[in-house]
Design a protein around this ligand. Structure first.
Ligand SMILES: *Cc1c(COP(=O)(O)O)cnc(C)c1O
Length: 405
């Protein structure tokens, strides 16, 4: 998964360019910056690499989502349908623009279940926000179809799936807009950073201004810029963009190693007949940051997790069902009014619905799911050892269960 595993001279060289001028800001100071425009250059690279007309860098993936929503006109009281399995940033961004997160069940692809999405549509629904979780894609055709039928916006949270494709197109570039995160643990990193991707010039122009206090960026100097609308400061710095430039140069290599390591691990775990794998809507497009697998039931899965822990090999294996950051079950701060300030009645009412846990279908999937993070630094021998240990643990637990009956 993480680009930080491939960090070195390339990043230092890009940083040095910025250090040599000391111009850490992405706008202005034209004479002093000696031709260094790291953020601009990275935006161009992103749009070339992912075959997308426009890219707007931001300070984080979270601010990229907030920016995209504002540019798409999603605001106060609008409902955004999103999955109950994601990272907390997805609902944070929805709430940040005054909109209402409507959480719905996922299916065995670990992404939005299109039937659950359909059932959640109301007269207030404005947007469907699939999250391409753990390196792989949502059912985009089905979701696009629903958007068309109901005249809704499609915003892709592709923060975790940089480089994944769906039917030949990069995820994040298919909907009205999409977002990437370049935080420290993502496929490529800037340290902190994010991007909005879109093929729509109007949306891009709004993102460009929104992330810089509403500056229209048309004036010869910043002081002369007009501000056609209210924005915020979600700018990336030149230092962070410089790191990203080095990292994007490594993306092809990162993806090919991920895919190779994923396939070796996959073939080892496939020898356990009781184990099944996550549904991937386009196998060839998997970015392979994780290998996600299911066991027959929740009891076996939690016993396997306990055994992995006691054998000290749990690290890198994620049981999201018990994880505080990725699944609704542990989001008490969201469902039990953990806000520092007043929120609208509409939001509070919506969130109250989740305290009773309506996500039975997602629980049945997440309680059986373990995701193994794919490292870039593994040798083939290490993968075999890891895979065989995991397979051994599963066989042990299944055996114990059989003899107990
Ligand atoms: C990482 C992530 C984000 C936001 O990223 P930050 O850059 O950490 O703000 C949003 N959505 C998902 C699914 C993520 O994994």
């Amino acid at each position: 998964m993480p680009g930080y595993e491939f960090f070195g001279e390339e990043e230092r060289k890009e940083i040095d360019d910025v250090m040599n001028t000391g111009i850490l800001m992405r706008y202005g100071f034209d004479a002093q910056r000696k031709g260094n425009w790291k953020a601009k250059e990275l935006e161009q690279k992103i749009s070339e690499t992912f075959d997308c007309k426009y890219a707007q860098l931001t300070s984080s993936g979270t601010s990229a989502l907030t920016t995209a929503m504002a540019a798409l006109g999603i605001g106060f009281g609008d409902e955004v349908i999103m999955p109950a399995f994601t990272f907390v940033a997805s609902f944070e961004a929805v709430i940040s623009v005054g909109a209402i997160p409507v959480l719905v069940d996922i299916d065995e692809s670990l992404t939005l279940n299109p039937s659950a999405v359909k059932a959640a549509i109301t007269s207030k629904t404005k947007c469907i926000m699939p999250v391409h979780m753990c390196g792989s894609m949502a059912d985009i055709d089905a979701l696009k179809h629903i958007c068309k039928e109901h005249d809704l916006i499609l915003l892709e949270d592709a923060c975790q799936s940089i480089g994944a494709t769906y039917k030949g197109k990069y995820v994040g570039t298919i909907g009205d807009a999409g977002t990437f995160s370049f935080d420290f643990v993502k496929t490529i990193t800037c340290g902190e950073g994010g991007a909005v991707l879109t093929n729509n010039e109007d949306i891009y122009t709004k993102c460009d201004a929104y992330t810089d206090h509403g500056h229209d960026h048309k004036g010869a100097d910043r002081g002369a810029d007009l501000h056609p609308f209210v924005g915020y400061n979600y700018r990336i710095s030149e230092l962070h963009a410089a790191i990203g430039l080095a990292q994007i140069g490594k993306l092809d290599n990162i993806l090919s190693i991920q895919r190779k390591n994923h396939s070796i691990l996959n073939s080892i775990l496939s020898t356990v007949p009781e184990l099944t794998f996550r549904k991937i809507h386009d196998e060839g497009g998997n970015s392979c940051t994780f290998l996600s697998w299911f066991l027959p039931d929740a009891e076996i899965t939690s016993a396997v997790v306990a055994e992995l822990r006691s054998q000290n090999i749990l690290a890198g294996n994620f049981y999201w069902f018990e994880n505080n950051w990725h699944y609704i079950r542990k989001w008490d701060h969201l469902t039990k009014n953990g806000f520092l300030n007043n929120q609208s009645e509409q939001l509070q009412k919506q969130l109250q619905k989740y305290s009773a846990n309506p996500f039975i279908a997602s629980d049945a999937i997440m309680s059986r799911c373990i995701s193994t993070a794919i490292s870039l630094t593994w040798t083939e021998e290490q993968i075999r050892e890891k895979g065989e240990k995991i397979a051994g643990v599963i066989k042990k637990i299944l055996n114990e269960k059989l003899t107990a009956v």
